[in-house]
Design a protein around this ligand. Structure first.
Ligand code: PEP
Length: 249
């Protein structure tokens, strides 16, 4: 049985007071699903979020980290720093990091290595742009992202890897992949992993869908057999909407 996960990526939203308010609202929600729930506030609010959620089954995760252990990397945050404020899981390879901060597959491979070396879990994002889908190149793009950033890993590393398929054209646009498109790509990702490793590895890796998931479309997307949950942007900033999505699993 694969882990089912719903993770909220808050991006560069919510100052400290807003973070505390939203967490209070999240704690008042009723959870009726077995999904693991995670939220990714911005770096400056991780510690406050961790404190507010101590003993509460919502994991606080990070949106990014640097590949180096420490050193002269002004403005960056290391795995050890994240762990020191209670963070055990990090999102890597989000399309906004790839597009606006030039994060390449090669750089992401280094970040993945550092996270795993520090015994962290990684939510690794992949996804094609609209042009790739229109030219029917979407599977190639996603396969290459996985090969370039993850295929150097041993099979047992996948115990700490979660994949998130996020078509770039569906992020923050209100445009969602159809449940069939999501299922098709998730099955393709699983096949890519089983070809390289084994069915045992690919069967155990959770693959989340991300891209304009909302309370009104979550259930249908999550009903697909290879969709193991969601990475949620905009809708994770509203406690009612986020838990409606959590409870749609
Ligand atoms: C995301 O940024 O990971 C995301 C899926 O955003 P949204 O839900 O807003 O499309």
């Amino acid at each position: 049985m694969r882990a089912q996960i719903v993770a909220g990526n808050w991006k560069m939203n919510n100052d400290l007071a807003m973070t505390e308010t939203l967490i209070t609202e999240l704690k008042n929600q009723k959870k009726t699903s077995d999904a693991e729930v995670m939220i990714a506030p911005t770096f400056t609010n991780l510690w406050a979020a961790f404190q507010a959620l101590r003993q509460f089954p919502i994991e606080v995760i990070a949106q990014n980290m640097h590949f180096a252990e420490n050193g002269a990397y002004t403005g960056e945050v290391s795995a050890e720093m994240l762990k020191s404020v209670g963070v055990q899981t990090v999102i890597l390879g989000h399309s906004e990091r790839r597009a606006y901060f030039n994060e390449t597959d090669e750089l992401l491979a280094k970040k993945v290595d550092t996270a795993l070396k520090n015994e962290m879990r990684v939510i690794f994002c992949v996804g094609e742009e609209l042009n790739d889908r229109k030219s029917d190149n979407h599977e190639n793009v996603v396969e290459n992202q996985i090969k370039n950033a993850l295929f150097h890993l041993d099979a047992n590393a996948y115990e700490n890897i979660v994949l998130a398929y996020e078509p770039v054209w569906a992020i923050g646009t209100g445009e969602t992949a159809t449940p069939e498109q999501a299922q098709e790509m998730h099955a393709f990702i699983r096949k890519t992993l089983s070809n390289k490793y084994s069915n045992d590895v690919s069967d155990k890796v959770s693959i989340l869908y991300g891209g304009s998931v909302k309370p009104n479309n979550a259930k249908e997307i999550f009903s697909k057999p290879d969709v193991d949950g969601g990475l949620i942007g905009g809708a994770s900033l509203n406690a009612n909407d986020f838990f409606a999505i959590v409870n749609a699993i």
